[in-house]
Design a protein around this ligand. Structure first.
Ligand code: ATP
Ligand code: MG
Length: 570
């Protein structure tokens, strides 16, 4: 296309509302415009990128024989499953009414559509395995829409559901989807780590998040740099630090007036935080839960909630409850004599020798405490994994980093199909529940993540596969007939090859054109200027600093080389 006929909406100023590179550059390059909180219009260059990412997803889905369908976004409220209405997405769901007062929701996810197909269309084992997908808008009333399209209230998700007859079948479908998603990320030039999520941390292999390492990511991931291990900090298991065996010493109650925090205690006893175990008291619905972790550790609330079998409400206990449980002021809680419904003891605490705890008596602590001898509880992993923990796979030290979650896959198994009555007739003629897998990939978030990873201070550097256009031809002076003739010829030759090419025929100074094109991030640029008198043009990759001088007659070959090296078919 000719840029003189296109809408170019680049901005020189950095918009004040944008905090992160991708948001700033998408606004400055004219990819998006804000229409409301968490709502965006995709401008012509922006929607080109979105469509490219969608097409990559479609291509990878078709490659594993997943079939596309398209569900409605307007859902009659009464058709929503209890799970959709009640789970956490309930509060994120947009609700509306039609003219007759009937209630509807805007789809926050489309599990009902997939479920309907499962219930109504799948009858027999002969139809299995089956994998359906769609690429569709989702609406979520996010608590804090953030970072432009990274967390917006309307976004496009590639959703898929696999239907299998057995858990072995699900394993195959799940692995295929995982490979397909990995291919999507490779093609989008995103280095992505498959991270064990949620249920995995408590023993299963049911859920994986695809994470792109980035400072601006909202998720914290603990990972091993030397092997493939990675887990979401929300639930990451932690390897206990080994302890040195000691002889039990005699329990001793020591006066510690006004010494309440672990740091103060370490100074008071002239030792380290590791010699203490802290006892935290929580209210889980109507139960009082006391949890012990080592003094230098932090408690992981998700692990505790899992350990007590879930809780609707989980929060640190109020002062009154603490005083009732400990018969002391806040700051002196300990395991000996505590009154609680359950006492959870982190395994590291259970492994310690002669440590110190609060005495459940204002102004006192116990020294030389030992698990088993002085108190007992439910031992488990209740601590937050921490930087420096040892990798459970290879034993080397783990590191924590922020990441952007770009996709999430789950093995649902028969949990939902059983309750929904999504069954099929097996080979034995008996009805059995379908074995399901669920998959979601964020198209807009991928776009933002790509920019986070591929930009410089001048603008976006699109990887070839997702660039709005792959190449631009820039005549230095549109008034120079020879320059225009050669530029047009190159432009037409590239177009003939099926390459997405732009011609910057705007009546602007070449410096202005370069600034715009760098900001928009077109991967290749051919400049047709004075050097044509020597039979040459300039070729420049957006990702490289230097111009290359290329003979006019070999420029097409030079462009083709880039397609080959980027593994993109012409
Ligand atoms: P998050 O923890 O970031 O809220 P989620 O667990 O709610 O994500 P899923 O329901 O698993 O997300 O959706 C699958 C994918 O959809 C996510 O991995 C992400 O790429 C994308 N996604 C989810 N919410 C948003 C949003 N508000 N804006 C843009 N993309 C989103
Ligand atoms: Mg969410």
């Amino acid at each position: 296309m000719k840029l003189s006929k296109m809408l170019i909406s680049t901005l020189r100023e950095v918009p004040a509302e944008a905090e992160i590179w991708s948001h700033k550059l998408m606004l400055r390059a004219g990819m998006i415009r804000k229409t409301g909180s968490g709502l965006y219009t995709y401008m012509p260059f922006g929607i080109k990128v979105i469509r490219k990412i969608e097409d990559i997803v479609r291509c990878e889905m078709e490659d594993i024989d997943a079939q596309e369908f398209l569900a409605s976004n307007l859902l009659p409220s009464e058709t929503l499953s209890e799970s959709n209405k009640c789970d956490v997405l309930g509060v994120e769901m947009f609700r509306l009414k039609d003219r007759s007062g009937n209630e509807f929701c805007l789809a926050a996810k489309h599990e009902e559509a997939f479920t309907d197909i499962a219930i109504n269309e799948i009858k027999s084992y002969k139809q299995l395995p089956l994998n359906l997908y769609q690429v569709q808008n989702n609406y979520r009333d996010e608590k804090s829409p953030k970072f432009g399209v990274m967390r917006s209230r309307e976004f496009i998700m590639g959703e898929a559901c696999s239907f299998d007859a057995s858990s072995e079948g699900l394993d195959i479908s799940y692995n295929k989807m995982q490979d397909a998603y990995n291919n999507v990320f490779r093609r989008c030039a995103l280095e992505c780590k498959a991270v064990e999520a949620d249920s995995v941390a408590i023993g299963g292999t049911n859920s994986v998040e695809f994470m792109v390492k980035s400072e601006v990511g909202e998720d914290e991931v603990i990972f091993c740099s030397s092997c493939s291990y990675a887990a979401n900090m929300e639930n990451a298991p932690s390897n206990p630090e080994p302890t040195q065996k000691e002889e039990f010493k005699e329990l001793k109650k020591t006066l510690t007036p006004n010494v309440k925090t672990i740091d103060d205690l370490a100074v008071f006893f002239n030792t380290t935080n590791k010699k203490f175990a802290k006892t935290l008291i929580y209210k889980a619905d109507d139960k009082v839960v006391a949890v012990m972790v080592r003094g230098d550790r932090q408690l992981n609330e998700s692990k505790v909630i899992n350990a007590i079998g879930g809780a609707m409400k989980f929060e640190l206990a109020d002062i009154e409850t603490v005083m009732k449980s400990t018969s002391a002021e806040v700051g002196f809680a300990g395991p000996i004599g505590i009154v609680s419904d359950v006492l959870l003891v982190d395994e590291e605490v259970a492994n310690m020798y002669n440590f110190m705890v609060g005495a459940n008596d204002t102004g006192y602590h116990y020294e030389n405490v030992n698990y088993g001898k002085d108190f007992k509880g439910q031992v488990g992993d209740y601590r937050k994994a921490a930087e420096g923990d040892k990798c459970s796979k290879c034993g080397l030290q783990l590191t924590i980093g922020r990441s952007i979650e770009v996709a999430h896959i789950f093995k649902l198994g028969t949990k939902y199909s059983k309750t929904m009555g999504a069954t099929f007739m097996g080979q034995d003629g008996k009805n059995q529940p379908l074995v399901l897998g669920w998959y979601g990939i964020g198209i807009n978030r991928i776009m933002a993540a790509v920019i986070e990873k591929h930009h410089d201070e001048n603008g976006i550097i699109w990887p070839m596969a997702v660039a709005p256009y792959q190449i631009v031809v820039v005549p230095v002076s549109i008034k120079d007939e020879e320059q225009m003739r050669i530029a047009e010829k190159i432009y037409n030759d590239l177009k003939q090859l099926g390459i997405e090419v732009l011609m910057d025929d705007r009546n602007e100074r070449v410096g202005v054109k370069f600034k715009d094109l760098d900001l928009i991030g077109i991967p290749m640029r051919i400049t047709v200027g004075k050097k044509i008198s020597e039979g040459n043009i300039e070729f420049k990759l957006r990702c490289a600093g230097e111009n290359e001088i290329v003979e006019i007659c070999s420029v097409i070959e030079r462009v083709k080389e880039e397609f080959i090296s980027n593994n993109i078919k012409l």
